[in-house]
Design a protein around this ligand. Structure first.
Ligand SMILES: [Cu+2]
Length: 153
């Protein structure tokens, strides 16, 4: 629906549907114009965004996924929330692919839209990302220590 429309708008459909084998070699070549967004190919893990007696937090705040998995962020309570990947902690060489993947959910650069609707979700794809640790935070609650780490293996 929205993702498909976005993909069509950006001319990404062919790239999305291309075989996995085309990805690694073409990544460096495509870097000047930016790599194509790569959708989730593996397991989807859920991270809940909430406010309870422990404060504003991501639950779990630390998780390890396999490259290609998706991380679905679910608004449980304490909205508004969003997810911003910390510029200073993006594994080397992964920024452009991360930005491309985040564009699938309407993100601007490294920041997802701020979501105010309870029970809504969005999913971040780790397909094509360099293995390593990705720190992220919620912009509205950054000063309240709402942050987490995704380790991509
Ligand atoms: Cu928040």
């Amino acid at each position: 629906m929205r993702q498909a429309a976005l993909s069509a708008l950006l001319g990404l459909c062919a790239a999305c549907q291309s075989p996995v084998t085309a990805t690694p070699a073409s990544a460096a070549v495509a870097a000047t114009s930016g790599p194509a967004a790569q959708p989730v190919r593996g397991t989807v893990h859920t991270v809940r965004m909430l406010l309870d007696n422990d404060g504003y937090r991501f639950e779990p705040s630390y998780l390890t996924v396999m490259q290609g998995d998706g991380v679905r962020f679910a608004m449980i309570s304490g909205v508004p929330h969003n997810v911003v990947f910390d510029e200073q902690f993006i594994p080397s060489g992964s920024r452009t692919q991360l930005v491309a993947n985040l564009s699938l959910l309407g993100a601007r650069d490294l920041a997802s839209p701020v979501v105010v609707t309870l029970d809504s979700t969005f999913t971040v794809s780790t397909t094509g990302l360099v293995r390593g640790e990705y720190l992220f935070y919620c912009a509205p609650h950054r000063s309240l220590n709402m942050h987490g780490v995704i380790t991509v293996r």
